[in-house]
Design a protein around this ligand. Structure first.
Ligand code: GTP
Ligand code: MG
Length: 273
Protein backbone atom coordinates (compact mmCIF):
# COMPACT_ATOMS: atom_id res chain seq x y z
CA UNK A 1 0.00 0.00 0.00
CA UNK A 2 2.67 2.48 1.04
CA UNK A 3 4.78 1.91 -2.06
CA UNK A 4 1.82 2.52 -4.35
CA UNK A 5 0.77 5.83 -2.88
CA UNK A 6 3.57 8.11 -4.23
CA UNK A 7 3.33 6.43 -7.63
CA UNK A 8 -0.34 7.29 -7.93
CA UNK A 9 0.38 10.89 -6.99
CA UNK A 10 3.11 11.11 -9.64
CA UNK A 11 0.81 9.69 -12.29
CA UNK A 12 -1.75 12.33 -11.52
CA UNK A 13 0.81 15.04 -12.06
CA UNK A 14 2.32 13.77 -15.28
CA UNK A 15 1.00 14.94 -18.61
CA UNK A 16 1.40 13.76 -22.19
CA UNK A 17 1.30 16.33 -24.92
CA UNK A 18 1.77 16.43 -28.67
CA UNK A 19 3.54 19.27 -30.44
CA UNK A 20 4.26 19.81 -34.13
CA UNK A 21 6.61 22.07 -36.07
CA UNK A 22 5.44 23.98 -39.15
CA UNK A 23 7.04 26.29 -41.67
CA UNK A 24 8.70 26.36 -45.07
CA UNK A 25 11.52 23.99 -45.93
CA UNK A 26 14.95 25.01 -44.65
CA UNK A 27 13.78 27.62 -42.13
CA UNK A 28 15.40 25.62 -39.32
CA UNK A 29 12.59 23.61 -37.66
CA UNK A 30 14.67 20.48 -37.14
CA UNK A 31 17.70 22.46 -36.00
CA UNK A 32 15.64 24.31 -33.35
CA UNK A 33 14.40 21.00 -31.96
CA UNK A 34 17.89 19.47 -32.15
CA UNK A 35 19.42 22.49 -30.38
CA UNK A 36 16.95 22.06 -27.53
CA UNK A 37 16.97 18.28 -27.22
CA UNK A 38 20.60 17.53 -28.11
CA UNK A 39 22.28 20.89 -27.41
CA UNK A 40 24.00 20.92 -30.78
CA UNK A 41 23.78 22.52 -34.20
CA UNK A 42 24.29 20.87 -37.58
CA UNK A 43 25.23 23.38 -40.31
CA UNK A 44 24.63 20.94 -43.15
CA UNK A 45 21.05 20.90 -44.45
CA UNK A 46 19.40 17.51 -44.07
CA UNK A 47 15.83 17.86 -45.29
CA UNK A 48 13.27 16.10 -43.13
CA UNK A 49 11.67 13.32 -45.11
CA UNK A 50 7.96 13.43 -44.34
CA UNK A 51 8.11 13.54 -40.59
CA UNK A 52 10.58 13.04 -37.73
CA UNK A 53 9.32 11.86 -34.39
CA UNK A 54 10.95 12.24 -30.99
CA UNK A 55 10.03 12.22 -27.31
CA UNK A 56 11.38 14.36 -24.53
CA UNK A 57 10.50 14.81 -20.87
CA UNK A 58 10.35 18.22 -19.26
CA UNK A 59 9.46 19.51 -15.83
CA UNK A 60 6.98 22.36 -15.53
CA UNK A 61 6.44 23.45 -11.93
CA UNK A 62 5.41 20.23 -10.13
CA UNK A 63 4.43 18.32 -13.24
CA UNK A 64 6.40 16.03 -15.45
CA UNK A 65 5.48 16.54 -19.09
CA UNK A 66 6.09 13.89 -21.69
CA UNK A 67 6.32 15.71 -25.01
CA UNK A 68 5.81 13.91 -28.29
CA UNK A 69 7.41 16.04 -30.99
CA UNK A 70 6.37 15.63 -34.63
CA UNK A 71 8.82 17.59 -36.74
CA UNK A 72 7.19 18.16 -40.12
CA UNK A 73 8.88 18.45 -43.49
CA UNK A 74 8.31 21.89 -44.97
CA UNK A 75 8.62 20.90 -48.61
CA UNK A 76 5.27 20.84 -50.48
CA UNK A 77 6.22 17.41 -51.82
CA UNK A 78 5.53 15.91 -48.37
CA UNK A 79 2.05 17.32 -47.95
CA UNK A 80 0.44 13.88 -48.10
CA UNK A 81 2.68 12.54 -45.37
CA UNK A 82 2.29 15.55 -43.08
CA UNK A 83 -1.44 16.02 -43.35
CA UNK A 84 -2.30 13.11 -41.04
CA UNK A 85 -0.27 14.51 -38.17
CA UNK A 86 -2.06 17.77 -37.48
CA UNK A 87 -4.82 16.27 -35.36
CA UNK A 88 -4.72 16.29 -31.54
CA UNK A 89 -1.83 18.71 -31.22
CA UNK A 90 -1.63 20.87 -28.11
CA UNK A 91 1.24 23.00 -29.38
CA UNK A 92 2.55 24.30 -32.69
CA UNK A 93 5.96 25.79 -33.45
CA UNK A 94 5.51 28.11 -36.42
CA UNK A 95 8.95 28.84 -37.81
CA UNK A 96 10.21 31.31 -40.41
CA UNK A 97 13.64 32.51 -41.51
CA UNK A 98 14.12 36.25 -40.82
CA UNK A 99 16.24 36.43 -43.99
CA UNK A 100 13.50 35.07 -46.28
CA UNK A 101 10.35 37.15 -46.57
CA UNK A 102 8.47 34.39 -48.38
CA UNK A 103 8.92 32.10 -45.40
CA UNK A 104 7.26 34.78 -43.20
CA UNK A 105 4.47 35.40 -45.72
CA UNK A 106 3.87 31.64 -45.82
CA UNK A 107 2.81 31.48 -42.15
CA UNK A 108 -0.80 32.22 -43.09
CA UNK A 109 -0.90 29.33 -45.53
CA UNK A 110 0.61 27.00 -42.93
CA UNK A 111 -2.23 27.91 -40.58
CA UNK A 112 -4.61 27.39 -43.50
CA UNK A 113 -3.26 23.92 -44.23
CA UNK A 114 -3.55 23.01 -40.57
CA UNK A 115 -7.16 24.21 -40.30
CA UNK A 116 -8.10 22.41 -43.47
CA UNK A 117 -6.60 19.12 -42.31
CA UNK A 118 -8.18 19.34 -38.87
CA UNK A 119 -11.53 19.92 -40.52
CA UNK A 120 -14.63 20.58 -38.48
CA UNK A 121 -12.93 19.51 -35.26
CA UNK A 122 -10.48 22.42 -35.63
CA UNK A 123 -10.42 24.40 -32.43
CA UNK A 124 -7.51 26.74 -32.67
CA UNK A 125 -8.22 28.09 -29.16
CA UNK A 126 -7.14 24.78 -27.69
CA UNK A 127 -3.67 24.98 -29.20
CA UNK A 128 -0.67 27.01 -28.05
CA UNK A 129 1.16 28.64 -30.97
CA UNK A 130 4.72 29.91 -30.76
CA UNK A 131 6.19 31.88 -33.63
CA UNK A 132 9.96 31.48 -34.03
CA UNK A 133 11.70 34.21 -35.99
CA UNK A 134 14.72 32.03 -36.67
CA UNK A 135 18.30 32.57 -37.91
CA UNK A 136 18.62 35.91 -36.09
CA UNK A 137 22.38 35.29 -35.99
CA UNK A 138 22.54 36.15 -39.69
CA UNK A 139 22.00 39.85 -39.05
CA UNK A 140 23.21 41.13 -42.43
CA UNK A 141 20.66 39.22 -44.46
CA UNK A 142 17.70 39.97 -42.18
CA UNK A 143 14.66 41.32 -44.05
CA UNK A 144 11.78 40.76 -41.61
CA UNK A 145 12.28 42.88 -38.51
CA UNK A 146 11.14 42.16 -34.97
CA UNK A 147 8.20 44.61 -35.06
CA UNK A 148 6.67 42.96 -38.09
CA UNK A 149 7.05 39.43 -36.76
CA UNK A 150 5.81 40.28 -33.29
CA UNK A 151 2.82 42.10 -34.72
CA UNK A 152 1.78 39.11 -36.83
CA UNK A 153 2.13 36.74 -33.87
CA UNK A 154 0.66 38.79 -31.04
CA UNK A 155 -2.32 40.01 -33.04
CA UNK A 156 -3.34 36.36 -33.24
CA UNK A 157 -2.70 35.67 -29.56
CA UNK A 158 0.47 33.70 -30.37
CA UNK A 159 3.80 33.96 -28.55
CA UNK A 160 6.74 35.44 -30.43
CA UNK A 161 10.41 34.57 -29.94
CA UNK A 162 13.56 35.51 -31.79
CA UNK A 163 15.70 32.39 -32.11
CA UNK A 164 18.92 31.07 -33.50
CA UNK A 165 19.44 27.34 -33.63
CA UNK A 166 23.04 28.12 -34.52
CA UNK A 167 23.96 30.23 -31.46
CA UNK A 168 21.20 28.90 -29.19
CA UNK A 169 19.76 32.39 -28.65
CA UNK A 170 16.17 32.31 -27.46
CA UNK A 171 15.80 28.53 -27.77
CA UNK A 172 15.50 27.53 -24.09
CA UNK A 173 13.35 30.56 -23.25
CA UNK A 174 11.08 29.77 -26.17
CA UNK A 175 10.60 26.10 -25.21
CA UNK A 176 10.09 26.98 -21.55
CA UNK A 177 7.32 29.43 -22.48
CA UNK A 178 5.88 26.86 -24.89
CA UNK A 179 5.65 24.01 -22.38
CA UNK A 180 4.55 26.23 -19.55
CA UNK A 181 1.71 27.65 -21.68
CA UNK A 182 0.64 24.18 -22.78
CA UNK A 183 0.57 23.09 -19.14
CA UNK A 184 -1.47 26.16 -18.20
CA UNK A 185 -3.86 25.35 -21.02
CA UNK A 186 -4.30 21.74 -19.90
CA UNK A 187 -4.89 22.91 -16.33
CA UNK A 188 -7.37 25.45 -17.67
CA UNK A 189 -9.61 22.72 -19.11
CA UNK A 190 -8.01 22.72 -22.56
CA UNK A 191 -8.60 26.36 -23.34
CA UNK A 192 -5.65 28.58 -24.15
CA UNK A 193 -5.31 31.25 -21.44
CA UNK A 194 -5.57 34.56 -23.26
CA UNK A 195 -4.54 37.12 -20.66
CA UNK A 196 -0.87 36.26 -20.75
CA UNK A 197 -0.43 36.90 -24.47
CA UNK A 198 -3.19 39.45 -24.82
CA UNK A 199 -1.76 41.94 -27.26
CA UNK A 200 -3.69 45.09 -26.40
CA UNK A 201 -4.44 45.78 -30.05
CA UNK A 202 -6.76 44.38 -32.66
CA UNK A 203 -6.11 42.13 -35.62
CA UNK A 204 -7.47 44.87 -37.87
CA UNK A 205 -4.80 47.26 -36.56
CA UNK A 206 -2.09 44.68 -37.01
CA UNK A 207 -3.19 43.75 -40.53
CA UNK A 208 -3.43 47.42 -41.52
CA UNK A 209 0.11 48.16 -40.29
CA UNK A 210 1.36 45.18 -42.24
CA UNK A 211 -0.47 46.30 -45.37
CA UNK A 212 0.95 49.81 -45.03
CA UNK A 213 4.49 48.50 -44.65
CA UNK A 214 4.13 46.45 -47.80
CA UNK A 215 2.31 49.04 -49.91
CA UNK A 216 3.89 49.94 -53.24
CA UNK A 217 2.97 53.66 -53.39
CA UNK A 218 0.94 56.36 -51.63
CA UNK A 219 -2.33 55.39 -53.37
CA UNK A 220 -1.86 51.82 -52.31
CA UNK A 221 -0.97 52.88 -48.79
CA UNK A 222 -4.21 54.78 -48.35
CA UNK A 223 -6.14 52.00 -50.07
CA UNK A 224 -7.55 54.22 -52.84
CA UNK A 225 -7.37 53.84 -56.62
CA UNK A 226 -4.78 55.95 -58.49
CA UNK A 227 -6.54 59.14 -59.59
CA UNK A 228 -8.90 59.20 -56.57
CA UNK A 229 -10.43 62.57 -55.61
CA UNK A 230 -9.42 64.78 -52.64
CA UNK A 231 -12.55 63.61 -50.78
CA UNK A 232 -11.71 59.98 -51.33
CA UNK A 233 -8.14 60.50 -50.16
CA UNK A 234 -9.26 62.41 -47.08
CA UNK A 235 -11.90 59.85 -46.23
CA UNK A 236 -9.41 56.98 -46.48
CA UNK A 237 -6.89 58.98 -44.47
CA UNK A 238 -9.35 59.71 -41.66
CA UNK A 239 -10.28 56.07 -41.35
CA UNK A 240 -6.63 55.02 -41.06
CA UNK A 241 -5.80 57.90 -38.70
CA UNK A 242 -8.54 56.82 -36.28
CA UNK A 243 -7.37 53.21 -36.43
CA UNK A 244 -3.65 53.91 -36.03
CA UNK A 245 -3.38 57.11 -34.03
CA UNK A 246 -0.50 56.58 -31.56
CA UNK A 247 -2.75 57.69 -28.67
CA UNK A 248 -5.14 54.85 -29.48
CA UNK A 249 -2.98 52.13 -30.98
CA UNK A 250 -0.25 50.31 -29.08
CA UNK A 251 0.60 47.81 -31.83
CA UNK A 252 4.31 47.62 -32.68
CA UNK A 253 5.03 49.80 -35.71
CA UNK A 254 1.87 51.91 -35.34
CA UNK A 255 3.79 55.18 -34.99
CA UNK A 256 5.75 54.63 -38.18
CA UNK A 257 2.63 53.49 -40.01
CA UNK A 258 0.75 56.57 -38.82
CA UNK A 259 3.56 58.88 -40.01
CA UNK A 260 3.69 57.10 -43.36
CA UNK A 261 -0.07 57.58 -43.81
CA UNK A 262 0.21 61.30 -42.98
CA UNK A 263 3.05 61.68 -45.51
CA UNK A 264 1.17 59.71 -48.17
CA UNK A 265 -1.88 61.92 -47.81
CA UNK A 266 0.22 65.12 -47.96
CA UNK A 267 2.03 64.03 -51.10
CA UNK A 268 -1.18 62.91 -52.84
CA UNK A 269 -3.08 66.10 -51.99
CA UNK A 270 -0.22 68.22 -53.41
CA UNK A 271 -0.93 66.77 -56.84
CA UNK A 272 -4.74 66.68 -56.75
CA UNK A 273 -6.59 69.82 -57.79
P1 GTP B 1 12.76 20.87 -43.76
O1 GTP B 1 13.01 19.67 -42.92
O2 GTP B 1 13.18 20.68 -45.19
O3 GTP B 1 11.38 21.37 -43.67
O4 GTP B 1 13.74 22.06 -43.20
P2 GTP B 1 13.91 22.56 -41.70
O5 GTP B 1 13.00 23.72 -41.48
O6 GTP B 1 13.81 21.45 -40.74
O7 GTP B 1 15.40 23.16 -41.72
P3 GTP B 1 16.68 22.59 -40.98
O8 GTP B 1 16.51 22.63 -39.52
O9 GTP B 1 17.07 21.31 -41.59
O10 GTP B 1 17.74 23.74 -41.36
C1 GTP B 1 17.94 24.18 -42.70
C2 GTP B 1 19.29 24.85 -42.85
O11 GTP B 1 19.35 26.06 -42.11
C3 GTP B 1 20.45 23.99 -42.35
O12 GTP B 1 21.55 24.16 -43.22
C4 GTP B 1 20.74 24.57 -40.98
O13 GTP B 1 22.08 24.40 -40.60
C5 GTP B 1 20.43 26.04 -41.19
N1 GTP B 1 19.97 26.69 -39.96
C6 GTP B 1 18.95 26.30 -39.17
N2 GTP B 1 18.78 27.15 -38.14
C7 GTP B 1 19.72 28.11 -38.29
C8 GTP B 1 20.05 29.29 -37.54
O14 GTP B 1 19.45 29.64 -36.53
N3 GTP B 1 21.09 30.05 -38.03
C9 GTP B 1 21.76 29.70 -39.15
N4 GTP B 1 22.76 30.50 -39.52
N5 GTP B 1 21.48 28.62 -39.87
C10 GTP B 1 20.47 27.82 -39.46
MG1 MG C 1 13.41 19.49 -40.96
Amino acid sequence: METNAPKRRDNKKSLRVKVISLGNAEVGKSCIIKRYCEKRFVPKYLATIGIDYGVTKVQVRDREIKVNIFDMAGHPFFYEVRNEFYKDSQGVLLVYDVGLRESFDALDSWLGEMKQEMGSQANMDSIVFIVCANKVDLTKRRVVDEGEGRLWAESRGFHYFETSAQSGEGINEMFQAFFSSITDMCENGGKRPTAEVSAGFTKEQADTIRRIRNSKDSWDMLGVKPGATREEVNKAYRKLAVLLHPDKCVAPGSEDAFKAVVNARTSLLKNIK
